[in-house]
Each structure stands twice: as structure tokens, then as C-alpha cells.
Design a binder for this molecule. Structure first.
Ligand SMILES: [Zn+2]
Length: 177
């Protein structure tokens, strides 16, 4: 049967899905939004193989979502920074977080009093933003760099168990590694 749908599709969701419809890509983006920029830390925190991380970072760079910057000369090593196109994916990852927290996907059976995995406050006004995309305190739209996060003890333990690295307060624009 001849293919009737052109590739790449004219549909923007289909085009986004060619990059974002991949669990490894989304986990790497999560780390970049947490301010984790170095290969080893990304690999450790995601639990992906080095080959998977390497292939996805190349793909993200090719698509203009990240840039590599040298941070060490001998030997040369690079870290990875979100471009404006990458920073604009904040709304995608934040929506995924909100949806999962709102609907309990998948069911964790921890009862209705379960903490949010990360409690975010608005950097400029200090109000708890809950699961909102507009700050309930000041009415500003929440964007890349707007949030300061405090992980729950359970999430901090889960993160620490991946590599023994203590989890610092998560901050969507902070520089950590
Ligand atoms: Zn606010």
C-alpha cells in the first residue's frame, strides 16, 4: 500500500511527537530543567545507558533544543544548555507533572494525603503555585525560571538512591550538576 501521509507530517503534534514521543528524551529534558547539565549526572539521574543519553543529546542538539558549551579544557568536556526553543518546552514538562499529580497516574495507592513530589513556589511573589499554570498569588503566567521547587522527602530519597548524590532544592533555572 502506498503511504498517503507525508513525512514529516504537516500536523504540528505529529512533528513534535517525533522528538518528544520518547521516554529517554523526556527524562533528559527533566534533568536539564532541574539544572543538571553534565553527561555523567544526567546518565546517573535518569538510569539510562550512556549510549541512550549520548544519542538523545545529539538528537536534541540537532533539533536546536540544546547547545553544548565547553566547561573543561583538559580533557575537553561539554555541558548541555537549553536554547530558547528548549526553555519553551517548560510548559510541556510542567503540564506532564501537573497531569500526573492531578490524576495520580499511575495509581500509587498512597491515599489522598500524598504530598506533591515537588512543591513549587513562584520566584517573584513566593506564593505556592500548586498545580496551576497561572500563579494563584499574583496572576502571572508561570514560565521557565519562574519556579523554586522543594522536593518531598520521598522524592529526595528516590533521587539519592540513584547515585547517592544529595538532592538540592530544585530550581528550573539554577545552575547545578
Ligand atoms: Zn506569583
Amino acid at each position: 500500500m502506498p503511504r498517503t501521509v507525508p513525512l514529516p507530517s504537516l500536523c504540528p503534534i505529529a512533528r513534535s511527537a517525533t522528538l518528544l514521543g520518547d521516554r529517554a528524551v523526556l527524562l533528559i529534558l527533566r534533568e536539564l530543567f532541574f539544572g543538571v547539565r553534565r553527561f555523567d549526572a544526567i546518565q546517573r539521574n535518569t538510569g539510562l545507558t550512556p549510549q541512550m543519553v549520548s544519542a538523545r543529546l545529539r538528537q536534541l542538539e540537532k533539533q536546536g533544543v540544546i547547545e553544548r558549551h565547553p566547561y573543561q579544557v583538559h580533557p575537553v568536556r561539554h555541558d548541555h544548555w537549553l536554547t530558547p526553543a528548549g526553555q519553551d518546552l517548560f510548559s510541556v514538562l510542567y503540564a506532564m507533572r501537573n497531569w500526573s499529580e492531578r490524576w495520580g497516574f499511575p495509581a500509587l495507592d498512597q491515599g489522598p494525603q500524598r504530598d506533591l513530589a515537588i512543591r513549587y513556589t513562584h520566584r517573584t511573589c513566593g506564593h505556592d503555585v500548586g498545580l496551576e499554570t497561572i500563579c494563584p498569588g499574583c496572576g502571572e503566567e508561570l514560565r521557565y525560571g519562574s519556579l523554586v521547587g522543594q522536593p518531598s522527602e520521598a522524592l529526595a530519597r528516590e533521587r539519592a538512591s540513584l547515585g547517592g548524590m544529595p538532592l538540592r532544592s530544585m530550581d528550573s533555572a539554577a545552575t547545578t550538576d
